[in-house]
Design a protein around this ligand. Structure first.
Ligand code: NDP
Length: 295
């Protein structure tokens, strides 16, 4: 059961979710939010179909590069407005924003370190101030410095846990309070959990925690028609995966999946688009392993 600082919403008995005391879902505009959210997730792709639609709003962390960048462009093409969060790479984030806006979409870059509670709070406040509503939250930000457990490198461990697990906890917490009814919350795990490669200890520990949080939050949001899922990509050709690896290592890991290639950011952005879009509504409390059969 939730602790005393949590209050039950509304007057319904079974099927209600829980919000922290003081937290407000956007229920005063519930009808507006709900219908808008339904419209958001129920519309076909916008620019892809040559239509300039103004749909829902996605808050996306770690969108300046890598997989997040491609997700931002894909969801903008789907018709969503996108908040492009980044940690330090303002120029790259602005590039993503410019690419979206010059194609007729809506986007805004907001700096926030996902490991910092005040930053994450501000990220959501600024997003709501700019767009009025949040329909989808994608917590994609992550890091993967490797270190064998035997080395006892607690600094690396703490850093990875702070960004990947504490960051997910903070973003999910804000998402739980602010995503409009009918919305979607998507976190990022990794398929490497199933492989247990040496030196991946801190990273795998952090992502195992992410999967736990996703299942619990899906239950906490009972009654709000909000789905909570994680995507667990296999190896994807971004800086996070490629940095520090030899050509030989990259080739060897790429050939592990029966599809015998390295994943590309587009492979993952398509899965996010599915979960955020009209066909993803019945998928809840799941971890989608998008990995070409790697695990
Ligand atoms: P990249 O290293 O390419 O990009 C990481 C992104 O996260 C950047 O936009 C970066 O912002 C942002 N970021 C990093 N730390 C923070 C922070 N503290 N606060 C806010 N933003 C931050 O990584 P990928 O695109 O490869 O990874 C994206 C997600 O996918 C991660 O969660 C990762 O664990 C997961 N994943 C990746 C796989 C892969 O093989 N690539 C496989 C499985 C899962 P900035 O540019 O400002 O530094």
């Amino acid at each position: 059961m939730p602790n005393a600082s949590w209050r039950r919403r509304g007057g319904k008995a079974q099927g209600e979710g829980y919000l922290p005391s003081g937290a407000k879902r956007r229920t005063s505009e519930a009808k507006v939010c709900t219908s808008a959210a339904r419209k958001t997730v129920g519309k076909p792709l916008a620019p892809r179909q040559g239509r300039a639609l103004s749909q829902g709003l996605v808050s996306l962390t770690g969108a300046s590069r890598g997989i997040g960048r491609t997700i931002a462009l894909r969801l903008a093409a789907d018709g969503f407005g996108v908040v492009v969060n980044y940690a330090g790479n303002a120029a790259k984030a602005e590039e993503v924003v410019n690419e979206i806006t010059s194609a007729g979409g809506r986007a805004l870059a907001i700096q926030a370190d996902v490991a910092n509670p005040e930053d994450v709070k501000q990220l959501f406040e600024k997003t709501l101030k700019a767009f009025g509503q949040i329909d989808v939250v994608v917590n994609n930000a992550g890091i993967m410095p490797l270190s064998p457990i035997s080395k006892g490198d607690v600094e690396t461990f703490d850093k990875v846990i702070a960004t990947n697990l504490r960051g997910t906890f903070l973003v999910l917490s804000q998402a739980a309070q602010h995503v409009a009814e009918g919305g979607r919350i998507i976190a990022f795990s990794s398929s490497v959990l199933a492989k247990n490669f040496p030196s991946y200890g801190p990273y795998i520990a952090s992502k195992a925690g992410v999967e736990g949080l996703v299942h619990v939050l899906a239950n906490e949001l009972r009654g709000h028609k909000i789905t909570v899922n994680a995507i667990a990509p296999g190896p994807v050709g971004t800086e996070l995966f490629l940095d520090g690896k030899t050509e030989e290592q990259i080739k060897q890991i790429s050939s592990m999946a029966p599809l015998e290639r390295l994943g590309q950011p587009d492979d993952i952005a398509g899965v996010v688009s599915f979960l955020a879009g009209p066909d993803g509504g019945w998928v809840n409390a799941q971890v989608l392993r998008a990995n070409g059969g790697f695990a």
